[in-house]
Design a protein around this ligand. Sequence first.
Ligand code: NAD
Ligand code: MG
Length: 392
Amino acid sequence: MQRITILGATGSIGASTLDVLARHPDKYRVHALSAHARVEELAAQCRQFRPQRAVVGTAEAAARLRGLLAGLPVDVDHGEAALCDIASSAETDTVMAAIVGAAGLAPTLAAARAGKKVLLANKEALVMSGQLFMDAVREHKATLLPIDSEHNAIFQSLPAHYARDPDAAGVAKILLTASGGPFLHRAVDTLGDVTPEEACKHPNWSMGRKISVDSATMMNKGLEVIEAHWLFGAPPERIEVLIHPQSVIHSMVSYTDGSVLAQLGNPDMRTPIAHALAYPQRIASGVAQLDLTQWAALQFQHPDFDRFPCLALAFDALRAGGTAPALLNAANEVAVQAFLDRRIGFRDIDRVVRRVMDENPCGAASGIDAVLAQDACARDAAGRIVSGLQGA
Ligand code: NAD
Ligand code: MG
């Protein structure tokens, strides 16, 4: 029995994870579940999966959850320390890190430091803390498996000896595929008018709202470039983004001998989740087999950086190094939330991020405190720029 903690159980990834787990009650048991505010949904999940522990955002939410779960033996708690505790507990083997944004950093890092098997969906945590996170994984002998579909595809397309001896693997390039999101073909001069509803309507994937907006700006792909850099030790010039609107190929690795290996499948996150849960074995995920005869053509094109300036900003942050990716991520989180709240327009997202990057110095990512300080400073700066834009 593998004992699982799911951080962010009520989200899109959390729900897909529980869907896979429900198919294999003989293999997995849920140790703990967390949610931020969606208490009713978490209560329903607790009734179905009977975890020992449940963690929510606030004391009020915890009180409501206790009321809903009266009579069930679930220990209810709240706050960041409790999240870190369910992520590092001796009672759990595997942690699904599926909180969205910087809020997931502390518990995901706690899981790594406790030497857990960490299934990483929360890309923002790795983007922020890069080297520090990878060092914690190595030092505490944690197992890190990527859930992001692209990185899971790359992981599947690399040889097993890659981690031990990357130079001998003959990797020429990592080819990160991107759908291009809902605005791949929309006239660039009308992008300022798009609504949160339009931005969240992804053509191929059903996801949470923040990552959906990130997919529309392609900041998501930018964060994934940084994620790939850390996961696979690849310098920026060896990571190429390719737009592939069908999302059938989830990413590829090209080798020095001319070979290109790819992972294909229907766009459903239960495939990478099942892959990582069972690795190195395979289990059923509930995803239908891919029928390639249904696809008349698979297309590929280079991204247009004028249409997707956030992608260029992310490459800039990766090249700058240090705390620059943490700054990029925090500015983006603030800008995306402001866009979702209809306080700024869609094209203001890249403007806010660029201004925060231009106007705030970054330093060395010498420790988690330096990363968190950069995150806080970028949030302040982005908040001020958003207020200015609202007043304009
Ligand atoms: P979501 O918005 O659907 O769910 C987010 C979860 O995090 C919820 O359970 C919520 O309760 C919790 N949460 C939100 N704010 C929190 C806070 N401040 N403190 C504690 N918990 C909080 O998001 P999602 O689409 O499931 O994405 C989760 C993560 O996985 C993101 O980092 C995203 O980039 C990544 N990811 C998602 C997909 C996808 O298909 N949805 C694919 C690849 C990667
Ligand atoms: Mg992805």
